[in-house]
Design a binder for this molecule. Structure first.
Ligand code: GRF
Length: 207
């Protein structure tokens, strides 16, 4: 599935990365993954960003970064077939969800099994599942008096936050943490963890 071109007798294979962003996300993980491709942390081409809505903030960030953007609405009747068509034409080696809020259709999960990743701002299996997103996650961590939090990169299945865990990074929860300070500390970890996890996955993907 990765792009291949011939350079003399050397066959160069470059992984193709597609990133899905949600309608409200800032796009910081998406931008970080794109930067990781240009600064050498990741040997991949960010070939496409798929947005849930054209007016999503992350959509504008992707456009500024010069990445091709396509809109596929999870609310559309043709969500499954539309997403499948866009993905098949992008030929991704790896698909990264970054603030994408909707469940992926079964046909997509099955077609790209083992190649779809998500990042979650807590130490799964704790504080995951439907309704556990954004600040709700950090509110719950603080409400339960946890002494540590962090982020998780995991494979995507047809359920929220349930796939195999690939990488976790941890941080202390401080006694004077607010939702905002904890979220900021976890986001820094996310920006380290996601490129690392993608690199690990790509190292194991057969080209
Ligand atoms: C991140 O906290 C990520 O863990 C979660 O959604 C948030 C997206 O943030 N899945 P951003 O849009 O990447 O800044």
């Amino acid at each position: 599935m990765p792009g291949v071109f011939q350079a003399g007798t050397i066959c160069v294979v470059q992984a193709r990365m597609v990133i899905l962003v949600g309608s409200r996300g800032r796009g910081s993980n998406m931008a970080n993954l794109v930067t990781a491709c240009s600064d050498g942390r990741l040997a991949a081409d960010p070939v496409l960003v798929i947005c849930a809505r054209i007016d999503a903030p992350a959509c504008a960030v992707a456009t500024q970064l010069g990445i091709t953007v396509e809109v596929v609405s999870p609310k559309s009747e043709s969500y499954a077939s539309g997403l499948m068509r866009v993905l098949e034409s992008a030929r991704p080696t790896v698909i990264c969800l970054a603030g994408y809020m909707s469940l992926l259709p079964r046909i997509v999960v099955q077609a790209f099994a083992g190649r779809i990743l998500n990042i979650h701002p807590a130490l799964l299996p704790k504080y995951g599942g439907k309704g556990m997103y954004g600040m709700h996650v950090h509110e719950a961590v603080l409400a339960h008096g946890e002494s540590e939090s962090g982020c998780t990169v995991h494979l995507v299945t047809e359920e929220y936050d349930e796939g195999a865990i690939l990488l976790q990074k941890r941080c202390e929860v401080l006694s004077d943490d607010t939702v905002e300070t904890l979220a900021a500390r976890v986001l820094q970890l996310e920006h380290q963890a996601y490129p690392e996890a993608v690199a690990t996955l790509l190292a194991g993907v057969k080209s």
